[in-house]
Design a protein around this ligand. Structure first.
Ligand SMILES: *Cc1c(COP(=O)(O)O)cnc(C)c1O
Length: 361
């Protein structure tokens, strides 16, 4: 197989070591003669896999005992509904900080269950760059929760600042930057993520929930989405996605072997700095996000001459650089460089971009 670097925004590339391990043991897990996806989730062998995955995730994020790890169904958007169904109160309200597409989608889902206050946090500064403000927000003191998206996958905006919500639980969608850097979860009531960007297969979601936020689901909340039911059954009220759980566990182990979240952050910073550094140095390309909130995971960029977009994509593909087309909301290009992308992939992309720019001067 020729070498390809996959810049897909999601489902995204996974570490090659993880994929190889999964392949090696797929038909015959641990000498049992059956696949990991063919065994009972309650069997001793599977329980070991399941418990180890939770323990490794807890360890990576240094979770205190009062934060519970729940594995949920329905991916990121499933969690948009789950958050509201588990935290909203009849006639209550919630604040949604909106600074990009995903935060807006979360707010729209929240509206089905509660009164949503949308608070705009993005704006364009005098240099025509997108900036984010998370200070002195007009928060509602009666809100049941405040929702924020920590990394806007489409717009390439990441929030690095702490947000003060005056003790109203802050709920973070970290679907596209979870485990990319250390995160102090104690600043949040819940941190959740769809798995398919930095963790594992799609359709699966991880919710790290502070204990006191468990047990408030609205009466109509389906049992499989109720945090309390999920917690009381160790995320096995119904049959979980055993394969996704297993594969996520391999990824957690990979991150630990890599040196944990500090080491991962250093690698991600190096990749992002390299790519943005090149984009800023070359007038052929541009990125329109202020340095203070540029995403380390998703790098949207534009060619000065958008007539060259298709040729850029075709030539990139020939060079083994795949899935660089930007989201239809923004156009242009987007390179997603999650944990699994090696620095070599980013260097290959920059080398290609440089060559393409010189050929089209
Ligand atoms: C991808 C993504 C989602 C949606 O995930 P699905 O699993 O497709 O529902 C939600 N939020 C963010 C920030 C995302 O990047």
């Amino acid at each position: 197989m020729s070498k390809v670097y996959n810049f897909s925004a999601g489902p995204a590339m996974l570490p090659v070591e993880v994929m190889k391990k999964c392949q090696e043991e797929f038909l015959n897990y641990n000498g049992l003669g059956v696949s990991i996806i063919e065994m009972s989730h309650r069997s001793k062998d599977y329980m070991e896999v399941a418990n180890q995955a939770v323990a490794d995730l807890r360890d990576l994020l240094k979770l205190p005992d009062n934060y519970k790890v729940l594995f949920m169904h329905g991916g990121g958007r499933g969690m948009f509904a789950n958050i509201a169904m588990n935290l909203a109160q009849p006639n209550g309200c919630a604040d949604y900080l909106v600074g990009g597409a995903w935060a807006g989608y979360a707010a729209a889902e929240g509206k089905k269950y509660t009164n949503v206050n949308e608070i705009k946090i993005d704006s364009v500064n005098d240099k025509n760059l997108v900036t984010i403000n998370t200070k002195n927000l007009p928060l509602n003191k009666d809100a049941q929760y405040v929702h924020v998206c920590l990394n806007e996958t489409i717009h390439g905006i990441e929030i690095f600042d702490d947000i003060n919500t005056n003790n109203v639980p802050l709920i973070a969608d970290a679907s596209s930057n979870i485990l990319s850097r250390p995160l102090d979860v104690t600043k949040y009531g819940i941190v959740y993520a769809g798995a398919q960007k930095n963790i594992g297969p799609s359709g699966f979601a991880i919710a790290i929930v502070r204990e006191d936020l468990i047990g408030h689901a609205l009466p109509f909340c389906p049992s499989v989405y109720d945090f309390k039911v999920t917690y009381e059954h160790d995320s096995m009220f119904n049959t979980p996605n055993t394969f996704a759980w297993y594969l996520s566990g391999l990824v957690f182990k990979w991150i630990k072997d890599f040196g944990g979240l500090e080491a991962m952050e250093a690698r991600n910073k190096e990749k992002a700095d390299y790519l943005y550094g090149f984009i800023d140095s070359c007038d052929f390309y541009s990125n329109n996000v202020d340095k203070s909130c540029r995403s380390r995971m998703n790098v949207p960029f534009f060619l000065k001459n958008s007539d060259l977009n298709q040729e850029f994509l075709d030539k990139a593909k020939e060079a083994g650089l795949c899935n660089l087309k930007g989201h239809r909301v923004l156009g242009g290009m987007r390179a997603s460089i999650y944990n699994a992308m090696p620095i070599e992939g980013v260097k290959a992309l920059v080398e290609f971009m440089d060559k393409f720019a010189k050929e089209h001067k």
